[in-house]
Design a protein around this ligand. Structure first.
Ligand code: AMP
Length: 395
């Protein structure tokens, strides 16, 4: 029983073929530079890696290549379904769905909410339906997990018609990861998820934190778009909306230039002037690079403030979960974040924190502390599990 998981972006497709029960990955890869005539794929099977050039830069040839690999591995018959990562499901999707023609139509209606992400997701689904016509296809949304947020968490204090006519509200993202690590954290803590109040912090190039009560998202730091909330690699996170108008008048920037700056030239990169890569920033800061140190300080301070804020809807904080490239690897970010959060009862276990790197998860606080733990996220596995759950529900 294998599931093919696809994440179709505008110029790339990330994929994995895995067994949702054992979590064994049989084949994985990244197809890059789609849309150009230099498209190529990196494929991994077992311990081996190979590079292949595509005959053209279309999704059809990308999925043709994957289909060919399934045949070469002699596993085509074992593949039961295809699971797609879809960025934005708006208010229409509060869970994963079988991708029927009606669902595809509803997905197209969500395009204005995610004009950069949903069109390639949809194009990828359509191409996969042609490449694998006999397999059920399931959509798993980044936003769905957060549809349990109450109005007080998802509404903005803006004119109501913005919400009712245009869907301006907070949606939240990274839902698949937050849901997965919440489940894993419950397993690691040996407690039922229903009884736990968690804050999960997904810290990668994009960063978001979520309040998870009894397994359900009740608030999250990302909002209408993935720009709101924490400081990220190149995204600003929260800013005063008044600065758009000010920078347009003062610096003569267009709205497009302002949005590009906030999305691509801000965050760790903007403050440090150096890089959006946390590893490089830590090294530069240790060498005395002042702007790198400030970028780190800002990232950590804002994260700690957000964790404290997200404890409000929980009433009681049972554990803080770190995940994503930074959360899973940066002992410095974790230690300093907990350092700001003494008021929530966190006491770091330095040795455990140092050990929790490179795929080694676990508790990083001492007995008597509010628990903080490192959980390695696995969005592909979560999508594969969701896909098989949906297939079982729709035999
Ligand atoms: P992701 O988007 O989840 O792949 O995470 C990417 C981020 O994780 C980048 O900022 C990396 O610098 C960061 N990262 C990966 N490994 C480490 C590490 N050992 N220490 C600090 N940051 C790391």
């Amino acid at each position: 029983m294998l599931t093919l998981v696809l994440n179709s972006g505008s110029s790339s497709v990330k994929f994995a073929l895995l067994d949702p029960r054992s979590s064994e990955v049989r084949l994985s890869g990244l197809i890059e530079r789609l849309g150009s005539d230099a498209a190529s794929a990196t494929l991994k099977t077992g311990g081996e890696k190979k590079q292949v050039t595509l005959k053209d830069g279309t999704y059809a040839s990308a999925f043709g290549l994957i289909a060919g690999e399934l045949d070469a591995l002699n596993v085509r018959q074992e593949v039961q379904a295809v699971g797609h990562r879809v960025v934005h499901g708006g208010e229409k999707f509060s869970g994963s769905v079988l991708l029927t023609p009606e669902v595809m139509a509803a997905l197209r209606e969500c395009i204005p909410l995610a004009p950069l992400h949903n069109p390639p997701n949809i194009a990828g689904i359509e191409a996969a339906q042609l490449a694998f016509p006999n397999l059920p296809q399931v959509g798993v949304f980044d936003t769905a997990f957060h549809q349990t947020m109450p109005p007080v968490a998802y509404r903005y204090a803006v004119p109501e018609s913005w919400y009712t006519q245009h869907g301006v509200r907070r949606y939240g993202f990274h839902g698949t990861s937050h849901q997965y690590v919440a489940q894993e954290a419950a397993r690691m803590l040996g407690k039922p998820l229903e009884d736990l109040n968690l804050v999960t912090a997904h810290l990668g190039n994009g960063c978001s934190a979520t309040a998870v009560r009894g397994g359900h998202s009740v608030d999250s730091s990302m909002g209408f778009t993935p720009l709101e909330g924490l400081v990220m690699g190149t995204r600003s996170g929260d800013v005063d909306p008044g600065l758009h108008d000010f920078m347009a008048r003062q610096a003569g920037l267009t709205l497009t230039q302002i949005m590009t700056a906030l999305n691509k030239e801000s965050g760790l990169l903007g403050v440090s002037g150096l890089t959006n890569d946390m590893r490089e920033l830590e090294a530069a800061s240790a060498r005395g690079h002042e702007r790198a140190a400030l970028a780190l300080d800002l990232f950590i301070y804002r994260l700690a403030k957000t964790v404290a804020a997200l404890s409000v809807p929980l009433g009681r904080l049972d554990a803080l979960v770190f995940t994503g490239g930074i959360g899973e690897n940066s002992e410095l970010v974790r230690a300093r974040t907990l350092g700001h959060l003494g008021l929530l009862g966190f006491k770091l276990d330095e040795h455990a924190n140092q050990r929790a790197v490179r795929g080694q998860g676990g508790l990083i606080t001492i007995p008597g502390s509010t628990p903080a733990l490192v959980v390695n996220t696995n969005e592909e596995l979560m999508i594969a599990r969701e896909t098989m759950r949906l297939v079982a529900l729709n035999p």
